[in-house]
Design a protein around this ligand. Sequence first.
Ligand code: KIV
Length: 272
Amino acid sequence: MSVAKKEYKRVTVKSIQEMKERGEKISMLTAYDYTMAKIVDSAGTDVILVGDSASNVMAGHETTLPITLDQMIYHASSVIRGVDRALVVVDLPFGSYQSDPKEALRSAIRIMKESGGHAVKLEGGKEIKESIKRILNAGIPVMGHLGLTPQSIYKFGTYTVRAKEEEEAHQLITNAKALEKMGCFAIVLEKIPAKLAKQVAEELTIPVIGIGAGNGVDGQVLVVHDMLGMTHEFNPRFLRRYLHLYDEMTSAITQYVDDVKALDFPNENEMY
Ligand code: KIV
């Protein structure tokens, strides 16, 4: 059963808390540039994540580790210029917050000041408690991220489903509760069993947004290039493709190349 949507002129951390309380699901997608952000925002997406997945989909790196703080600020400021309504959350990239809380705060402040983003997201639980607290004390909203945390990929070794075993599941619940207690306004749970994600969403009062975490959570997030089918090598079970843009764009561009070669483009009506 769907719940009536409330119209928000601007989505804030308070709006998404209200959505959870009303039982309205929260929609979240990534964007990394102005043009895509404008489309994602005007389609009514509640939260736009300037994810460090930009490292994969925009820069072609194998992991999210190489993207820098300067590059994240560049992506986030482009996104902000295209957004009128959505809450824009920006990932703190690998290496910009792990070494000490003061550095974490400096990185978060740079994101807020230089990009105009509305909140930051950090991967991890209790081990980054001091950094999260420091950022929150400066008045910057923080979104947590647990489960599959791609910045730790070399520690885990694979991108398989996390927290399938009891001990890891217990640890995840403890960390989720700790993030809520610290003052995070929401949490992303990535690639964990649906039953566990539902339990976390039920036990927490803040919104829990899932990717590969089933339908018992308070909202869903996907990488926009994946759901539009602009990427085609990445095929996890949780991914629903709403378009197949890789094929459609390839065929449009092939047609253009053929038209240029055949002197068919430009034609009489396309010249001055
Ligand atoms: O960087 C990203 O796109 C993310 C989502 C997968 C949640 O963190």
